[in-house]
Design a protein around this ligand. Sequence first.
Ligand code: IPE
Ligand code: IPE
Ligand code: MG
Length: 266
Amino acid sequence: MNDADRKALEAIRRRNPDADPRKFLPDVPVMRIPRHIAIIMDGNGRWATSRGLSRSDGHRAGASSVRRALVRCAELGVEYLTLYSFSSENWRRPEDEVRALMELCVENCHSQQAELSSSGVRVKVIGRREGLPEDVLGALDFVEQATAGGNRITLCLAINYGSRGEIVDAVKSLARDVAAGRLGVDQIDEAMVASRLYTAGIPDPDLLVRTAGEMRVSNYLLWQISYSELCVTPVLWPDFTAADVDAAVREYASRNRKFGGLAGGA
Ligand code: IPE
Ligand code: IPE
Ligand code: MG
């Protein structure tokens, strides 16, 4: 291990003493472990349909993949995992499917809270509260509060989330400050816009994974993924395992990020 990797490992271990990226990815320099992974969890419907099950059964099966992905991300020392759980466009789905998704959300907040808390996971929810049923809001508030002290990994759940709506909300909040004389137009810069997004304070995703093969971003984190590396896998979300997390991270580590500059980074 070179100096940079040793330092990267120390930084990871200070936050999460049990993380051991080299155990799962001995071929990947620790420095190249992504700090933030965002996932578009897609393919639950296709998984269920191909088995003659209902779409809701597919969503239920997908919930186990969440746990597997979260555990492996923590083991690798990833700091943030952001999961697209329900988009602001998913309300267009049949009522019974939407209801099943909301019920699953409530159920999992309660059934997973103890394990999340004991494993040092902090849950943060992003998206619009307006429109979500009271019981869902209550369950989300409960799990956020119960896990507020978690400092090993942040699980960010995008629920009733749409990126354009998020940008609209940010613009409104800036406009209100300008109208009230609290903010000058020329003070607005990229950092200030970022600070008004739901993801304020969270670094941009290094890696965006989409399962089930579609080559689109579906209104997810449009501002935040400006320089994220993209990885699309054909694996359907309910089939997604720890080995698939490893594969995506290995792929990410092999990329040459340039941020508009020359090879090798800044
Ligand atoms: C992703 O699976 C889960 C949600 C969008 C909530 P889908 O339900 O979109 O699965 P497909 O795309 O129909 O296979
Ligand atoms: C994106 O998947 C939303 C979530 C994963 C929650 P969709 O299945 O809704 O996306 P489209 O409709 O295929 O673009
Ligand atoms: Mg889909």
